[in-house]
Design a binder for this molecule. Structure first.
Ligand SMILES: NC(=O)c1ccc[n+]([C@@H]2O[C@H](COP(=O)([O-])OP(=O)(O)OC[C@H]3O[C@@H](n4cnc5c(N)ncnc54)[C@H](O)[C@@H]3O)[C@@H](O)[C@H]2O)c1
Length: 450
């Protein structure tokens, strides 16, 4: 049983123990993990040879980051759009081999690890093919585009003993790790509600991205880009803004909510999809032909507590996750964590006693103070903020976690089982929105039920 009534002394001791040196009401700058951001020369035998598939908005950043890690060399790149072959070479600074066929990377015996930063509708096939070809893979979130895909991906990883890291970087964040440590230590008591929210308010934030100016069927393999989705003529808007359509993306759920859920699953040690989901929302601002909502709110039932998620593309709100505990509130907003304790007791005689006639009221107050004043003098609430160092990038930590696992063969922080659970939660949110109904998770059948 967690003791959720922290005395001031307990709180000071716990945060001090947790932080190394802490003071209530103060700001504590967290230390990144050893080796963070340092790029010492790795022994050549330890060098991991990297191939990347998909060098778009996310892939280009991943590639720029990956080659700054110790002992990583990018030896090949793949994209269906030739402009991104040039981009990959610009980033790597060498004439690495480039291709439109990702199978060329899988056939390349030189390559140890793959980054897959393709749109959602390509994740399953590429991850399964990577595993079957003996490659470890860092694959972007959401792990899947549909519920059935995840189990196939898990099986491929397990059967081939491959490392699969899903790219929701909150799982490797030092800020979320601190939240986990505090919560595991009982610093905010028992958690009965978790809330996540995020808002954007700009066309770019709502995915109205500009297609590359030269994009054409001559420099893009459009047919392959479509994959198994319905065949349509070349469409640069779909290429750049694929998130707007269910055929390729997973809405704000798969794009943004998955980050919130990853943080929540990680901090609270959740290892299953939610039991139920109920969504509401709509397309309120971006009437641009999209078929996914720009406002999407979800209520989840998890085994131990409800989770409330609020997402919108119509009003800016910094990414925020709040853990409501019987011993206080722990909030991660804008990348920093603030914990404010509550002692959960009465601090005064309360409002109800004001309804007593004076004599009774005064006697009640006298007794109350006699019984409680000593206790009140010993308790107090405290607030402490934990902040990462300036410029801290949880994406770097997440990639390093993958690279470490590829070398050591120890598990990653966000394996395919983890990624599948959060992806299922996103699919439940979408199914509930589109079917206007509560959606349940049937873990035995591995299916959603309406
Ligand atoms: N972790 C994060 O914070 C984060 C941020 C942004 C995007 N993402 C994820 O990254 C993925 C990519 O998103 P994006 O914004 O970079 O998309 P994008 O459209 O900018 O880039 C995707 C690239 O993949 C290429 N591609 C598509 N199918 C391919 C295939 N079969 N073979 C080779 N190349 C192929 C496309 O030509 C394109 O260049 C998505 O899953 C997205 O959810 C993650």
């Amino acid at each position: 049983m967690i003791n959720h009534r922290l005395s001031r002394r307990d709180f000071m001791q716990r945060t001090a123990a947790a932080a190394g040196t802490a003071a209530a009401g103060k700001i504590i700058v967290l230390d990144p993990e050893p080796g963070y951001g340092v790029a010492p020369a790795a022994p050549p035998s330890d060098t991991l040879r990297l191939g990347i598939i998909g060098i778009g908005m996310q892939g280009n950043g991943l590639l720029r980051g990956a080659i700054t890690h110790p002992g990583v060399e990018c030896v090949a790149a793949c994209d269906l759009y030739d402009g991104r072959h040039d981009l990959a070479r610009e980033i790597v600074g060498k004439d690495i081999p480039v291709t439109r066929r990702y199978q060329d990377l899988l056939d390349n015996k030189e390559i140890d690890v793959i980054i897959n930063a393709t749109p959602d509708h390509w994740h399953r096939r590429i991850v399964v093919d990577c595993c079957n070809s003996g490659k470890d893979v860092y694959s972007e979130k959401p792990m899947t585009h549909g519920v059935s895909e995840g189990f196939e991906m898990i099986e491929a990883a397990q059967k081939n003993s491959r490392i699969v890291q899903i790219g929701s970087q909150r799982a490797s964040s030092i800020v979320f790790a601190k939240a986990k440590e505090l919560i595991d230590n009982g610093a905010i008591g028992e958690i009965h509600t978790v809330e996540g929210m995020m808002g954007r308010n700009s066309p770019d934030g709502a995915w109205q991205y500009p297609p590359p100016p030269d994009l054409s069927p001559d420099n893009l393999d459009w047919d392959t880009w479509l994959g198994t989705t319905p065949k349509i003529p070349f469409n640069p808007i779909r290429f750049a803004r694929w998130r707007c359509w269910q055929a390729y993306g997973s809405g704000v759920a798969g794009d943004l909510m998955v980050h919130l859920l990853t943080g929540i699953h990680y901090v609270c040690g959740i290892t299953q999809p939610p039991e139920r989901a109920l969504s509401t929302g709509g397309i309120f601002r971006f009437h641009d032909g999209r078929d996914v909502p720009d406002v999407h709110h979800v209520l989840y039932d998890y085994e131990k507590f409800p989770v409330i998620i609020k997402l919108n593309l119509t009003c800016e709100y910094r990414e925020s996750t709040k853990f409501y505990g019987t011993g206080g509130l722990l909030e991660i907003t804008g990348g920093e964590l603030t914990m404010t304790t509550q002692d959960g007791t009465d601090h005064g005689t309360g409002g109800y006693a004001t309804s007593f006639p004076r004599a009774l009221r005064e006697e009640y107050a006298r007794k109350w103070h006699l019984e409680n004043d000593d206790r009140l003098s010993k308790i107090g609430t405290e607030s402490v903020t934990f902040r990462p160092p300036t410029g801290y990038d949880d994406g770097w930590s997440h990639m390093q976690n993958f690279l470490d696992a590829a070398r050591s063969r120890k598990p990653v922080i966000e394996d395919a089982v983890f990624g599948n659970n959060t992806a299922i939660a996103c699919h439940m949110a979408n199914a509930s929105y589109f079917r206007k109904s509560i959606v349940r998770w049937d873990g035995t059948a591995r299916e959603m039920r309406v």
